[in-house]
Design a protein around this ligand. Structure first.
Ligand code: NOJ
Ligand code: CA
Length: 703
């Protein structure tokens, strides 16, 4: 007999309780679902008897059919548990446990005959995920979402680490304030961007990290954002309720749905320890297992690139100084080169030599293709074709040369937001990559989306990003998409999505700077959904050393740049500075060469959002460990307990530390490197300079 029949049977006799409760496997979390007045679905979440989410409404407002908001009765309740371990293709740990209690509630609406929806809750030890499901049925096929009405009623005026809600960008500096202060601080928080669309004085982005007065760390985001609009949060600051606010499309609609279908998961990660938030795998667990049969071609990548020299303004992406060019109509070889074009064959070979000498996997080259003269900020549809190199960039020769040196080339596709144009050229662009030895692409979506009116985070653009990823997989190409929607754990399903930007990256250090606490926050916010191509490794922290007209400086010490390879998890890591600079600091550069980019284990040793993070990780398949510790603008002592190391053995460690007089503004390049031996019993106190950190590599002593 079907095990769900008893519930149905009970309901027929009016016996299904209007409130349903489940607890997490460790019993710390309790989720209560109930129908409140007028049959409105609601939920509540408690952690160790403290309220995390107070009674909050659920529902979807539709445009063309009766909304899924009220008048519901519970038609069926299904309770299950699940416990399974799986191995990601790449990741922070070799094995991930997916262990939860599930409550699946089927809801019927009295007013709409024979129509049901389901709400599925998964309660893990580290938080809750829930989503709406719309089964295939006679009375429900197509519908248009006006707004998702999910609420997150908070238990207080929490401290929040927030970014302005924006349909196009999250390249903002994080503001740390109480939620009640958001409204007053919003204007200042909205700094200019190539494409931006804010929507409210209290609109916020996810992942939203919060800390309650009684010490609960709460993170709200989403998982498995597929064929749906990205969710923002609109704060009702009178009642401290966060309301879901979906990204609209060009005509204001928020989602085109066809049953059977479902919403993404809404996620609430919670703990009384900040480290648990960073260790959470809830978002990955809520995504589907990989859809690819063969994943052997997907490999973590450590790369260098012809990049920072353009970002700083030392060189240019463009070949000439014309202010208007038309693809296919201009013979570039007849134009006057500007003398600053970095992506030329001889110069790229220098990067290939450097990459090869120091064991890097790949070399990214930006500005290799025609069209960069007027790509930025124009309403230009046909801006790049992704297959036509500038006259000084010899694709075939570079392919040959790189291959002879054991280095891969990394492609760059800047679309300048012209998604339609990119899709038109995509097959040819990927074929060109395969033909010329490129197995990964950094793509980008700078500027307003073309077609106009669509936003970077709407359903239409989201479908494009996923199309680009799955299409790339057909060619065994890995994708690192910049300015695309923030990740939601989809790399579990599509592991060739090896990187994303979707936040304020290192490039902003050359555009005025990132706050000294920036990277102590990002792992709690942006990185919750997936890895970021943060592009660390800047040793020459004064940008004026490359471009006298640029007075920006990097807001970290040199050593903190090393630590970021461990604290900012990514299977794709760039050594972003120029070879000429690394050649001056080969002793410190050694850490970037040594550090792993794929891991068996991760231990969060210490963490507090906005203040400090120390993480130890074990390299995949090797008896090597790496530790990164970072602090904000304040000097601090990191406490490193080596008890994560296997017992009874001795290890040799190299410590890359801030110099005694180091300071991110006054003396960023001061560092000291020392060696020592440790065992699993060692405790180490390590001083960090203001804006500094430390990096440690650990190897077993082989006798
Ligand atoms: C923005 C990206 O984040 C950056 O890395 C890239 O160099 C530029 N767009 C140009 O595509
Ligand atoms: Ca701080």
């Amino acid at each position: 007999m079907n095990k769900f029949i008893p519930a149905l049977f009970l309901f027929a006799f009016g016996l299904i309780a209007e409130a349903q409760e489940i607890t997490s496997p460790d019993k710390n979390l309790t989720l209560k679902f109930s129908l409140i007045q007028n049959g409105v679905p609601s939920y509540e979440l408690n952690y160790k008897n403290k309220p995390v989410i107070k009674s909050s409404k659920l529902g979807i407002e539709t445009k063309d059919i009766p909304s899924f908001l009220d008048g519901f009765t519970i038609a069926k309740v299904e309770n299950t548990t699940f416990d399974e371990s799986w191995n990601p293709v790449w990741g922070e740990q070799k094995t991930i446990r997916n262990h939860y209690t599930e409550l699946l509630v089927t809801l019927a609406q009295k007013s709409v005959k024979d129509r049901i929806i389901k709400v599925r809750f998964r309660l893990f030890n580290d938080g809750l995920g829930f989503r709406y499901e719309f089964p295939e049925q006679e009375n429900l096929t197509y519908f248009v979402i006006k707004e998702e009405r999910s609420q997150f009623a908070l238990a207080g005026d929490h401290k929040a680490f927030w970014l302005p809600g924006d349909f196009d960008t999250q390249e903002y500096s994080t503001v740390t304030s109480n939620l009640s202060e958001v409204r007053g601080k919003m204007k200042e928080a909205v700094t200019p961007n190539a494409s931006q669309q804010t929507f409210s004085d209290t609109g916020l982005q996810t992942p939203l990290m919060m800390k309650s007065k009684d010490g609960l760390y709460i993170n709200i985001h989403e998982a498995a954002l597929v064929d749906y609009s990205c969710m923002h949060l609109e704060l009702d600051d009178k009642n401290m309720v966060l309301n879901a606010f979906l990204t609209p499309d060009a005509v204001g609609d928020k989602g085109y749905m066809q049953a059977p279908t479902q919403s993404p998961w809404r996620t609430i990660v919670v703990s009384d320890k900040a480290a648990d938030i960073l260790a959470s795998k809830l978002i990955l667990n809520l995504n589907e297992p990989t859809k690819y049969e063969d994943v052997s071609w997907i490999k973590p990548v450590k790369y260098v690139g012809v990049w920072w020299e353009m970002i700083t303004g030392k060189s240019s992406w463009a070949y000439n100084d014309m202010t208007s060019v038309k693809l296919g109509e201009l013979d570039y070889s007849k134009t006057k080169p500007n003398g600053k074009h970095a992506a030329n064959t001889a110069h790229v070979k220098e990067y290939i030599d450097f990459a090869s000498k120091h064991g890097f996997d790949a070399v990214l080259v930006e500005g290799w293709n025609e069209g960069w003269e007027d790509w930025f900020g124009k309403s230009k549809d046909y801006v790049f074709d992704f297959v036509t190199p500038y006259p000084d960039f010899d694709v075939k020769e570079l392919h040959r040369y790189a291959a002879s040196k054991g280095v891969k080339m990394m492609m760059h596709h800047e679309t300048s937001g012209s998604i339609r144009n990119y899709e038109r050229h995509m097959d040819k662009a990927y074929q060109f990559m395969v033909a010329n030895g490129y197995n990964s692409v950094k793509s980008g979506y700078v500027g307003d989306i073309i077609p106009r009116g669509e936003y970077h985070y709407g359903q239409w653009a989201n479908n494009h990003y996923l199309y680009a990823i799955t299409k790339a997989a057909e060619y065994k190409i890995m994708v690192n998409a910049h300015e695309a929607v923030r990740p939601t754990g989809l790399s579990r399903t599509y592991p060739n999505l090896i990187g994303n930007e979707a936040a304020r990256g290192t490039e902003y250090e050359a555009f005025g700077g990132n706050n000294a606490d920036h990277t102590t926050i990002l792992p709690f916010t942006r990185l919750m959904g997936g890895p970021m191509d943060y592009t660390p490794g800047i040793f020459q922290t004064k940008v004026s050393a490359y471009n006298p007209d640029n007075n920006s400086f990097v807001h970290t010490t040199l050593v903190k740049q090393l630590a970021l390879y461990v604290t900012m998890y990514s299977p794709l890591q760039m050594a972003a500075d120029l070879p000429e600079t690394y050649n001056k600091h080969l002793d410190a550069f050694q850490f970037i060469k040594d550090v792993a980019i794929d891991w068996d284990e991760t231990n969060i040793l210490e963490a507090e959002p906005g203040d400090y993070i120390t993480i130890a990780r074990k390299a995949k398949g090797k008896n090597e460990w790496f530790i990164g510790g970072i602090t904000d603008e304040n000097a601090r002592v990191g406490n490193i307990n080596f008890d994560f190391l296997p017992k009874g053995k001795t290890y040799e460690v190299i410590i890359y530390a801030d110099g005694k007089d180091a300071h991110y503004e006054k003396n960023p390049q001061s560092y000291a490197i020392k060696k020592m031996k440790v065992t699993s019993k060692t405790n180490l106190k390590q001083q960090m300079a203001p804006g500094g950190g430390f990096a440690i590599s650990i190897k077993e002593v082989v006798k």
